[in-house]
Design a protein around this ligand. Sequence first.
Ligand SMILES: [Zn+2]
Length: 192
Amino acid sequence: MSSFEWILLGLLLFEFLLRCALEIHDARAFQRKPDSFALARILPIVNDIFPPESNFSKWNENDGAFVKAHEKAHAELHHEMMRKFFWASSLVCIALLLGAIGIPFHLNLLGLLFLFHLIFNFAKILFHFICFAQEYEADSVAAKRLQKGVSKRAIANLMASEFPRTRLFAYVYRTHPTARMRDAALNRSKTH
Ligand SMILES: [Zn+2]
């Protein structure tokens, strides 16, 4: 095995250890055992195939007004287009990086797969930061358009239905911030 392939393996091991630490951090924060998806989350490559968790929250059916206003804000602010643009440009960057690193280091298919996995997962976390900013923005626009208390109640109901996670877990695995994070963001923007 070439020295670069050893570095890739080292990075995969490092990823595995970081994900284990995150599981422990999350389990301790809420004093519970890791859930049944934990094993699929911590194993590199396997975590690209399986979803990180089951559906983690559900809107209350009485909060339709907030959900509708939130989705309308997403549409008006062209959030979906920005997400697609992010992935289109990321995939071009990933392809260029694979070529720029894979060719000079003579990586075989497995090496390229490992490299793809590492860059792809880094991009995924960046993507989550963008998604979170968009969710906060859509929440804030929706809250401003609705009667006082409507958004607060909707987010409170979401919080009650949600499987609780730490902020760190959400940034690594979720496209949506936790309801608690959304509540805090709305309080900060004073639109609740
Ligand atoms: Zn949204």
